[in-house]
Design a protein around this ligand. Structure first.
Ligand code: 4NP
Length: 158
């Protein structure tokens, strides 16, 4: 049995590709790489085909995550049945997913930070128009959420 997780933000060039890389490493470190399928997508289409924002790549690289091979794509209806979890970075994007969801879809829709209940925030702030500290905060939040999500998936996979 395997589990699929799709991280979703607005552009798929800052937060969700970072989430994808962070969680991929956490899953690999837990020895579950073959059991969890991880991807990311944006609700918007402006950046489709582009690599992650250079500032997101730089912040991630400082913690050993390589985002360079990732390319932005937009969420599509098939994602709601291809994945078990669609995890949005903020309430705006969660609302878009809730409106898009086909009737009877398999995926559970939630906020990514639902898996980091002790974090100070419930949404991952959009770092696009801010400075480098925003990108470091994104990494802090996503590392915390990934830890909680991994615990939930361990329960499903064992
Ligand atoms: P993301 O950040 O949703 O974390 O990828 C953004 C990227 C691009 C834009 C906004 C947010 N934009 O307005 O183009």
């Amino acid at each position: 049995m395997s589990v699929g997780v799709l991280f979703v933000c607005l552009g798929n060039i800052c937060r969700s590709p970072t989430a994808e890389a962070v969680f991929r490493r956490q899953v690999a470190d837990a020895g579950l790489a073959g059991r969890v399928r991880i991807d990311s997508a944006g609700t918007g289409a402006w950046h489709v085909g582009k690599a992650p924002d250079v500032r997101a790549q730089a912040a991630a690289r400082q913690r050993g995550y390589d985002l360079s091979a990732l390319r932005a794509r937009q969420v599509h209806a098939g994602d709601f049945n291809d994945f078990d979890y669609l995890l949005a970075m903020d309430r705006d994007n969660l609302a878009v997913l809730q409106r898009m969801a086909p009737a009877g879809a398999r995926a559970r829709l939630a906020l990514t930070l639902d898996f980091a209940p002790t974090a100070a925030l419930s949404e991952v702030p959009d770092p696009y128009y801010g400075g480098p500290e925003g990108f470091a905060q994104v990494l802090d939040l996503l590392e915390a959420a990934g830890t909680g999500l991994l615990e939930e998936l361990r329960g499903r996979l064992t």
